[in-house]
Design a protein around this ligand. Structure first.
Ligand SMILES: *[C@@H]1O[C@H](CO)[C@@H](O)[C@H](O)[C@H]1NC(C)=O
Ligand SMILES: *[C@@H]1O[C@H](CO)[C@@H](O)[C@H](O)[C@H]1NC(C)=O
Ligand SMILES: *[C@@H]1O[C@H](CO)[C@@H](O)[C@H](O)[C@H]1NC(C)=O
Ligand SMILES: *[C@@H]1O[C@H](CO)[C@@H](O)[C@H](O)[C@H]1NC(C)=O
Ligand SMILES: *[C@@H]1O[C@H](CO)[C@@H](O)[C@H](O)[C@H]1NC(C)=O
Ligand SMILES: [Zn+2]
Length: 948
């Protein structure tokens, strides 16, 4: 094997490498000087879409869609055993895990053998195939870690996927490619990209390329070989032999009617030859399968066996086409051996359009409430729950409040982690599933949260020494908390999941005229409506609240709205005639911009004349407004204002279904815009997509910036794509990009950053302007399969969903703006967890705790702290600044692990890859050569993957 891998650093002493070569050697031989056609049998199994994940697994509700994953795996294993030449790949560990648990040990042995022999190969291998536009990197890393851990612990190194496989997601994020590179994948394949981009790449043979997925990591750390599949992820036309397809089988008995071998072979060769023209090497790949196929795998394999036989038989007569069963890693190996140079790509694959009026940019915002719920769940379930388990040790798993939800053995994965992992699927947080499936995802998250609360209660009991009952107020977003509304004395425990001290405003619904709030040292805290809490890094503090005076809360409403509100950092002015924002100033940097903000809606009206071009309506996936001028909801806002010592608010009403609170906290450097939108009216028979638009005096000359999965920032330009000459056919939808946690516009002197509290779509259609889509309610299906209009209602909101969220605005000087907006975005992603206890605390209660000996430096984010097994924890420290972003914070940082934690003693450290399924020193990836120069990039160590 050595000769196959000259350029790899061979360390044959490593068992896993030996096994890896073994897998590769299980690839079928290819033929030089021939066109080698790699047939990849596969199934695409959505972890929820038209049916829930469990309905798909069992094959329940086949009236909605015929699909049953358990039968697929049963049938495929059976068919693989019938012929050792056959191959299959499997992708979604959420399904494979369900199936595996139900198999007998002899079946498990059989499957292990298939895996060891490379006949069944895992690709991608995360819990699901995550969405790329609406996910946050931390949740993606977690779900990949979970799936890959299961594969490693079940199959060892032979179960480790070498190839990332995102055949269905609707556009591709650069940060995903960066993560895959750091997870050790050798290559990445996907199916969907913009139709103009594909046409150009076919012409220039650039459907296989090298993606340089970070502008801060030193190449090749974030380089990922990327292949675009020829036909989405479907088989070539005429060659679908699943039970769900109608293509003719191979009829090869000349004594029977309708013998068609010559016809099938001729059609196949024609397709293979035309495909070969648009790719670079003597190898091409064909995906033989599609959604939920192979339930009766015999149909597929019987015909594929024959196809291979008859096409290759022609070689005796001089045919130069060689067909073989293959897998993505076997195909990739051949591309690597070709030793070519590959076009380099540095931007991403958003937005995705499959035709001139069909931009998949609506799902960036679809189901805004689910998107927010997923984001808070990431903070509560994935981060806080995991951290507290580590910090309080075994006490968290079993304590006064019952048995917590933790993980120690994989076969018993925790509910909350599974719920979060399935929520990352490309039809989950993306908002592109049927309503009943969206409800199922939310139910899973809620169930996970119940289990997690037990663990949090146990942990806080252990760390504070008080086993007083803890209460949770999950409805603070709608000002509901039965305890604080009725109790005369209670305490609030504030847990901070960030590794630096943070100050947050806390607002609680109460029922009294005056309260006394005191901090952990007994010092009283200024409070009226709202108070500031300050919590130590990775730890908690406790505030006590007591009622001083009964009676209705004081009426602090002023009738005249001030023309300006300000604190020591910011000043905001309002137009006295319209009630709208008119300017924003940063008082520290002495900068002021003109800023107006208003709400609009866009619409697709089926009877509109725009149908001449296309009758594509907006739907769960697609954004297709029928005019580039949005409807203004109201020219003016009715306003009211409230001023207390802690906060100044201007409340604006635009319509009965659109309102906003402009809020400036005393100690905050950001302006909060809390919007409430809904129920979106549909009595005019028009669906509506509601946006807010910030129009400023900043001279943007078409540029704006959006984050990639919440991590690195990317430059965007209106009506422009960095890698091809765009013919823009949708002036709004074609300029929308995903915003996961922040976006900004800037010129030489001013930068306005908007931090969002969930993933949303947005763009900068006009110079100086930034718009964000907040909510959508639509009356038509957009014909991409979901088969329902996006028309959300709920028990509480039968007339249409009401959604509330926050945008945080900060104004800074461009060179150092990241110093402000990185931490700000993080405080929104990882929120403090509030728990409440009624009455007096026991005097021995420990009121303050920090899990760290000292706060981490601002450049370093504690991304993961989670119990891995009995004796070790998984720790991820992330350098969170891009190389060009900050004079101060882009520098390399050293962290002393020995002096990091207050409650843990570090006995040893080993470094892993990003997904924690491979030791760092065993990580060897294929090396690929880019066509152009390699650029100049600073050296940064971004991630440390450490388990101690
Ligand atoms: C190869 O060519 C010979 C002579 O033309 C023919 O008899 C035979 O059937 C061909 N073989 C195949 C597999 O087509
Ligand atoms: C790959 O190509 C480079 C440059 O053309 C050449 O120097 C090198 O020897 C080749 N490697 C192999 C293994 O053929
Ligand atoms: C609010 O306080 C009043 C008495 O001041 C009491 O009658 C009422 O029940 C309280 N409301 C709640 C929700 O506890
Ligand atoms: C949208 O939802 C409302 C409220 O449930 C319902 O009355 C209306 O028929 C729905 N419209 C469509 C097109 O689904
Ligand atoms: C993979 O699984 C094996 C078996 O459980 C374990 O010993 C090994 O440490 C795992 N590898 C990594 C990198 O965690
Ligand atoms: Zn899918």
């Amino acid at each position: 094997f050595v000769s196959l891998f000259e350029e790899q650093r061979l360390k044959l002493k490593d068992l896993c490498l030996l096994l890896y070569f073994y897998i590769i050697s299980s690839c079928h031989a290819t033929k030089p000087n021939m066109l080698n056609v790699h047939l990849v049998p596969h199934t695409h199994d959505d972890v929820g879409w038209l049916k829930t994940v469990d309905q798909y697994f069992y094959g329940d509700r086949n009236d909605i869609q015929h699909a049953g994953v358990q039968y697929i795996l049963d049938s495929v294993v059976d068919q693989l055993l019938k012929n050792p030449d056959r191959r299959f790949i499997y992708v979604e560990t959420a399904f494979f895990y369900r199936w595996w648990k139900q198999q007998s040990s002899s079946m498990q042995q059989t499957v292990k053998k298939l895996v060891n022999e490379g006949r069944l190969e895992f690709v991608n291998g995360g819990w699901c195939m995550s969405d790329e536009a609406t996910t946050h990197y931390s949740a993606v890393i977690d779900q990949m870690t979970m799936g890959l851990r299961f594969l490693n612990e079940t199959f060892g190194p032979c179960g480790r996927p070498r190839v990332a496989w995102h055949i269905d997601p609707f556009g591709h994020a650069r940060e995903h490619a960066s993560m895959f590179a750091q997870m050790g994948y050798d290559g990445f394949f996907f199916g969907r990209l913009d139709y103009q981009d594909r046409a150009r790449r076919r012409r220039d043979k650039e459907q296989e390329l090298l993606w340089r997925a970070s502008d801060s990591l030193t190449p090749p750390m974030a380089d990922l070989f990327t292949g675009i599949l020829p036909n989405g992820y479907n088989p070539p036309e005429g060659f679908c032999w699943d039970q769900s397809c109608d293509d003719p089988p191979i009829r090869d008995d000349p004594d029977l009617e309708d013998y068609n071998v010559d016809d099938v072979v001729r059609r196949f060769l024609a397709i293979a030859n035309s495909q070969a023209i648009v790719y670079k090497t003597d190898h091409i790949i064909m995906t033989m399968g599609s959604d939920f196929q192979y339930e009766n795998a015999n149909l597929w394999y019987k015909n594929l066996d024959k196809l291979i036989h008859y096409v290759n038989a022609l070689q005796a007569n001089g045919s130069k086409v060689n067909v073989l069963y293959s897998t993505p890693s076997c195909y990739l190996q051949e591309l690597h051996r070709a030793n070519l140079t590959w076009a380099l790509k540095m931007d991403d694959f958003f937005p995705y359009a499959d035709d001139a009026h069909d931009f998949w940019t609506g799902y960036f915002t679809s189901r805004p409430a689910l998107k927010r719920y997923e984001r808070i769940s990431n903070s509560n379930l994935q981060v806080t729950c995991n951290q507290l388990e580590v910090l309080s040790g075994p006490a968290s798993r079993k304590g006064p409040f019952g048995e917590g939800d933790m993980v120690l053995i994989l076969v018993n994965l925790s509910l909350s982690e599974k719920a979060m992992a399935v929520a990352q699927h490309h039809d989950a947080v993306s908002g592109t599933e049927k309503q009943h499936v969206a409800n199922d995802y939310a139910r899973r998250l809620a169930h996970g949260w119940q289990r997690c609360q037990v663990l949090v209660s146990n942990s806080l009991a252990a760390l504070s020494g008080s086993s007083a009952e803890r209460m949770y107020c999950d409805n603070l977003n709608i000002s509901v908390c039965p305890l604080t509304e009725s109790s005369k004395k209670f305490s609030v425990n504030v847990y901070n999941p960030l590794a630096r001290p943070v100050t947050w405003p806390v607002r609680l619904p109460v029922n009294g005229t005056a309260y006394l709030v005191s901090d952990a040292n007994g010092k009283s805290v200024d409070c009226q409506l709202v108070f500031q809490v300050q919590a130590p890094p990775l730890g908690f503090t406790t505030y006590s609240v007591s009622l001083l005076q009964d009676g209705p809360p004081p009426a602090s409403t002023q009738h005249r709205t001030p023309t300006a509100i300000q604190n020591k950092f910011l000043r905001v002015t309002f137009d006295p005639d319209t009630g709208l924002l008119s300017s924003l100033s940063n008082l520290e940097t002495k900068q002021t911009i003109k800023l107006t903000q208003n709400f609009y809606w866009l619409v697709y009206n089926a009877s509109d004349g725009n149908n001449l071009q296309s009758d594509q309506p907006s739907g769960a996936y697609i954004f297709r407004p029928n005019s580039s001028t949005p409807f203004l909801i109201s020219k003016t806002a009715k306003t009211e204002s409230i001023q207390t010592s802690g906060v100044q608010e201007v409340r604006q009403w635009f319509a009965p279904w659109v309102s906003q609170v402009v809020r400036l906290y005393t100690d905050s450097k950001a302006l909060e815009l809390e919007w409430t939108v809904g129920p979106v009216p549909i009595d005019d028979d028009l669906g509506k997509e509601v946006i807010t638009r910030l129009d400023t005096s900043i001279k943007t000359s078409q540029y704006f910036y959006t984050d990639s999965n919440g991590r690195e920032m990317l430059q965007r330009k209106t009506d422009f794509r960095p890698t091809w000459n765009l013919r823009q056919s949708e002036p709004i939808a074609g300029n929308y990009y995903p915003i996961n946690s922040r976006a900004f516009i800037k010129d030489d002197v001013d930068q306005l950053t908007v931090v969002t509290d969930r993933s949303q779509g947005g763009g900068s259609i006009h110079n100086g302007s930034l718009e964000i889509m907040l909510h959508r309610r639509l009356l038509y299906d957009d014909v991409r399969g979901v088969g329902e209009p996006l028309n959300e209602t709920s028990n509480i909101f039968p007339k249409g969903l009401v959604v509330r969220g926050r945008l945080l605005l900060s104004l800074d000087r461009p060179p150092s703006a990241a110093d402000a907006h990185r931490p700000l975005a993080q405080e929104v992603v990882l929120q403090p967890l509030l728990t409440f206890t009624d009455g007096d605390l026991h005097p021995n209660t420990q009121l303050e705790f920090s899990g760290l000996q000292a706060a981490l430096p601002p450049a370093v984010h504690l991304l993961t702290l989670t119990q891995w097994d009995k004796d070790s924890v998984l720790l991820r420290l992330e350098h969170q600044f891009q190389s060009w972003e900050s004079k101060l914070n882009s520098q390399p940082v050293t962290v002393n692990l020995q002096k990091l934690f207050s409650t843990l003693e570090v006995l040893g450290v080993s470094e892993l890859n990003l997904s924690a399924n491979q030791w760092k020193d065993e990580m060897t990836r294929f090396h690929w050569t880019p066509m152009t120069g390699t650029g100049h990039l600073n050296l940064f160590i971004r991630f440390y993957y450490i388990s101690s």
